[in-house]
Design a protein around this ligand. Sequence first.
Ligand code: SF4
Ligand code: SF4
Length: 357
Amino acid sequence: MSNAPRPPIESGCPDGFQYMHPMMRKHYGTWDYHEDPQPGVLKHVAKNGDSIYTVRAGTQRILDVFTLRKLCDIGDEYADGHVHFTIRSNIEYMVDDESRVQPLIDKLTEEGFIVGGTRNSVAMISHTQGWLHCDIPGTDASGVVKSMMDELIDEFKNWNMPNRVHLTTSCCQINCGGQGDIAINVQHTKPPKINHDLVSNVCERPSVVARCPVAAIRPAMVDGKPSLEVDEKKCICCGACFPPCPPMQINDAEHSKLAIWIGGNHSNARSKPTFQKLVAAGIPNNPPRWPEATAIVKKILKVYKEDAKDWERINDWVERIGWPRFFELTELPFTKFHIDNWRGARNSLNASAHIRF
Ligand code: SF4
Ligand code: SF4
């Protein structure tokens, strides 16, 4: 018997090159330039003069199989049979002949899909898995996305903004929803309520205790049964204890709110990458249309559109005019909640040039 180690079983995502449009494979990494002929359409030109057109349409991210088949059939009939999805849930079709662009757009529109989301538009909101895949949602991110994109459809279809606007949502307070020009995130405002009857049967108490970032959870005996207790003075209402222990109920119809953060930017094309900052807190988490949160996002976009210079991203614009002016223009109240006075931050945030491990 061989002593060779067993080879690993690769179960990650497959090599994307095999699915790529042949023209994209041929010129991978060697495109000369690209243009935006019209909203929702990109044109890439290679050094030898070859060109390829990409048509982008928004989708609802969590796609049912019928819609997916319909989108694929459109790809087979009106494009060259190759599609890909962007991280913001848009589907993109590639054609290497300009005359096929308009019939493809017409077909997508006829089937109810919206073409757009390129250049200085408001991109589709990047949103998270929610109730479908994840164990910590505090709200229904997909519903927020649907209601907001319904109201922002013209900004998705057209190039009205000074620069690109990325929106993100999260359905919990701790993981996916960060770093957008505008982020709509859950905000819990009360410590979890513990269902002591369930803790002893459902939860591994040490892993719940270990999960708390501020060491607010302790093992405790309640009515003679092993359970947990929360030091409410320490608790920052993050919700991290809920996934390993669902009896730590943090979701609450009244006290789980939404908060809006702006100015997060990974890109360093024109300025340094930036963290997003809180601009509105305690917004009602108000299904099914979330009118309060949508009104604030629309207001921020309106002021940004009117006041920013061409090519300024939201963070560049606020940096130029200053935060006091931002609050003046948007008429959002500046409250004590905007001041980061959490004492633990001195340990958890890098406030100096020292590297910590
Ligand atoms: S935002 Fe939170 S709850 Fe939603 S998918 Fe991401 S980790 Fe899960
Ligand atoms: S909500 Fe967060 S801070 Fe509060 S007890 Fe749970 S893990 Fe700790």
